[in-house]
Design a protein around this ligand. Structure first.
Ligand code: SAM
Ligand code: SF4
Length: 349
């Protein structure tokens, strides 16, 4: 990462040593070192598990500015956060987002600056992202079949996503990871082909159990549930999966494919709850600090930023105080009516 300093207000921050803010530790002793920053709720796809067909997006004037998001990134890094992920919605549809990556890439305490994207625009941005200091990219790809891709995303063309992936490989990104949400009778029969695809390119892949976020009005999430254990069973017929202790700082539990570079991860909110070692919080595009993906505990950081335009110490104080709001975990229940009305594109996945 380069050492250029961001051109916005200097950190007042630097609270004298005797008052230096504590690291981000919640009531359950979990240390928060990873923040997902959402830069938009908008997207050029409409994945069935993520959004309803007709979405109303937020007025642009209500979003955090990129300068405010960069300022938050700096505050978090000064509180001991070492990993930032930029997400959305689709982060690459936000105008001038490369500027934000450059600011975040310049933060000395950030060792891992990552992006989650549907890759439709990645062919245009891969090189600039690399130059900005992005260390890793996750690309969402649920199927290799163009028709299915269009069906799952409602409007997408697989060629654009595959082109984005190839561009990211070409400019030298290491440890690219595919994310695939697996739905029974939609794409569960493709898990072996997706792993082969990852092996051929020397990249990783994580399979995700669908989470009940927002009303999607598309399918019954309980009926479409396909567990990580079922996926592992399907893969075990073709590959030797070796358990690892690898950890990329997120919720995936990883296996290595024998004799291959590729790791296969499982994100299993239903079958293998990951809340016990949760190290993450999210900032929505509106500047709401969400303490848990599956709960509504939150703090309005936009208001704090606006009330303290040059005083980072107060912003950091608010973030530290918010740690007391972090709940022990989610209560996802696929059989129950949705209790979280916010869609994944609003959550910052
Ligand atoms: N647009 C980008 C993308 O698709 O990669 C970033 C945002 S998207 C909300 C982040 C991740 O959340 C994607 O990997 C997507 O597949 C996943 N996702 C969306 N809705 C989900 C849901 N209801 N359950 C589980 N994962 C979901
Ligand atoms: Fe867009 Fe990502 Fe949601 Fe798909 S999962 S609709 S690509 S935000």
């Amino acid at each position: 990462m380069n050492s250029q300093q961001p051109p916005f207000a200097p950190s007042s921050g630097d609270v004298p040593a005797e008052q230096s803010p504590p690291a981000l530790i919640d009531r359950f002793g979990r240390h928060v070192t990873y923040v997902r920053l959402s830069v938009t709720d908008r997207c050029d796809l409409r994945c069935r598990y993520c959004m309803s067909e007709k979405m109303t997006f937020l007025p642009r004037a209500q979003l955090l500015t990129l300068e405010e998001t960069a300022r938050l990134g700096r505050c978090f890094s000064e509180l001991g956060v070492t990993k930032l992920r930029v997400t959305g919605g689709e982060p690459l549809v936000r105008p001038n987002v490369i500027w934000l990556f450059e600011q975040l890439g310049a933060l000395a305490g950030i060792h891992d600056l990552t992006l989650t994207t549907n890759a439709t625009q990645l062919a245009n941005y891969a090189s600039a992202l690399k130059d900005a200091g992005v260390t890793r990219i996750n690309i969402s790809l649920d199927t290799l079949d163009p028709e299915r891709f269009r069906n799952i995303t409602r409007i997408g063309q697989i060629e654009r996503t595959l082109g984005g992936l190839e561009a990211a490989i070409r400019v030298g990104f290491q440890r690219i990871k595919l994310n695939a949400v697996v739905l029974k009778n939609r794409n569960h029969d493709e898990v072996v082909d997706l792993v082969r695809f990852a092996i051929e390119r020397g990249i990783d892949i994580s399979f995700i159990e669908e989470m009940p976020l927002g009303v999607i009005g598309d399918h019954d999430r309980a009926e479409a549930y396909y567990s990580s254990d079922e996926i592992r069973r399907d893969l075990a017929e073709y590959f030797e999966l070796l358990p690892t202790i690898d950890n990329t700082g997120g919720p995936s539990k990883y296996f290595r494919i024998a004799d291959e570079e590729t790791r296969v991860g499982f994100i299993s909110p239903h079958s293998h709850n990951f809340c016990g070692d949760c190290n993450r919080v999210r900032v929505t595009a509106l500047g709401r600090l969400l303490l848990c993906l599956g709960q509504e505990h939150s703090m309005d950081l936009r208001r704090t930023l606006h009330a303290n335009p040059t005083d980072d110490a107060r912003v950091k104080k608010a973030i530290v105080a918010a740690m007391d709001l972090k709940p022990s975990g989610h209560n996802f229940d696929l059989e129950a009516k949705p209790v979280i009305f916010r869609h994944m594109n609003m959550t910052g996945g």
